[in-house]
Design a binder for this molecule. Structure first.
Ligand code: CP
Ligand code: NVA
Length: 317
């Protein structure tokens, strides 16, 4: 770890992380290098956020985000507080703005998992402390940082690699797409008609890819898409909040299951990625999910290390 890389992340102090494009490519590179160092040298950071408090508001379910953020704060010498919206006045109609102003008087940072992206923007505007996105309907930036750390660990870099996302053009796909092209990695998204990435997000990724030289491709043909892939990534076909569409989605996405036949079309050594939770037999076969190519549990662990790098960079006083 070069001291210079740590220094570069220091420009992030006090900043919110609502989406990856809020940060520069250099910031993200530095966060990945810092996360890598934190993973290897955990003991060096045990007092990094001594006495600091992170409020963790959840308006949706979570296993990884909840536990990894709380563990991250404890490992950095601080404390994470789980705040379920069901138990807060937020769940009885207190505004997100008032909640943000009140929490700013008690805490040093807020992580929130919520529905609309405009809701986290309103919180960040009202709060005087850093706000971190733990998933909205539009983005999942902390997941993408853990994914990029996993790519870095697996292949040693980004340029010249091909990431293929197969399935729903959702929050995970949006952050992965933007993060991949920011790092100069080629990115292909294959989805059925009607389930593509949002056009606004595709335009943003296109603009970034022109600056970084990454190749960006959209196609409805999953078998064509995965040719020469170094990573195949998928996520659930029905995200939280879309449960009433699940039958329709099962049918639309059926040709998009990541299975051994699909994996065989990719580059030798291609890795399988998934943000989890997964549904074996739907978006991924059990053989691929639990097979040799799968790095899904490495990704899950990397949520902890990537988020420690973010917390250290935005909260460290
Ligand atoms: N990948 C992810 O965000 O998992 P959780 O929903 O369990 O937090
Ligand atoms: N796209 C999924 C991700 C869960 C981590 C959802 O929003 O439910």
């Amino acid at each position: 770890m070069l001291a210079a890389d740590v220094v570069k992340t220091q420009g992030l102090k006090g900043k919110d992380l609502l989406k990856l494009a809020d940060f520069t490519t250099e910031n993200i590179e530095a966060l990945i290098l810092l996360a890598d160092d934190m993973k290897k040298n955990k003991e060096n950071y045990s007092d990094a956020l001594k006495g600091q408090l992170l409020g963790m508001i959840f308006e949706k379910h979570s296993t990884r985000t909840r536990v990894s953020f709380e563990a991250a704060m404890i490992q950095l010498g601080g404390h994470g507080m789980f705040l379920s919206s069901n138990d807060m006045q937020l769940g009885r109609g207190e505004t997100i703005e008032d909640t943000g102003k009140v929490l700013s008087g008690y805490l040093d940072g807020i992580m929130i998992r919520t529905h609309s992206h405009s809701r986290i923007e309103a919180l960040a505007e009202a709060a005087d402390i850093p706000v971190i996105n733990g998933l909205t309907d539009l983005y999942h930036p902390c997941q993408a940082l853990a994914d990029l750390l996993t790519v870095y660990e697996t292949k040693g870099g980004f340029k010249g690699l091909k990431m293929v996302y197969v399935g729903d053009g959702n929050n995970v796909a949006h952050s992965l797409m933007v993060g991949s092209v920011m790092m100069g990695m080629d990115f292909t998204l294959t989805a059925p008609a009607g389930y593509e990435a949002s056009s606004e997000m595709a335009a943003l990724a296109q603009e970034i890819s022109e600056q970084t030289g990454a190749k960006l491709t959209f196609t409805e043909d999953p078998l064509e898409a995965v040719k020469e892939a170094d990573f195949i990534y998928t996520d659930v076909w029905t995200s939280m909040g879309q449960e009433e569409e699940s039958e329709k989605r099962l049918q639309a996405f059926a040709p998009y299951q990541v299975n051994e036949e699909m994996l065989a079309l990719a580059n030798p050594g291609c890795k399988f990625m998934h943000c989890l939770p997964a549904h074996r037999g739907e978006e991924v076969s059990a053989e691929v999910m639990d097979g040799e190519a799968s790095v899904v549990f490495q990704q899950a662990e990397n949520r902890l290390h990537a988020q420690k790098a973010v917390l250290y960079s935005v909260m460290n006083k």
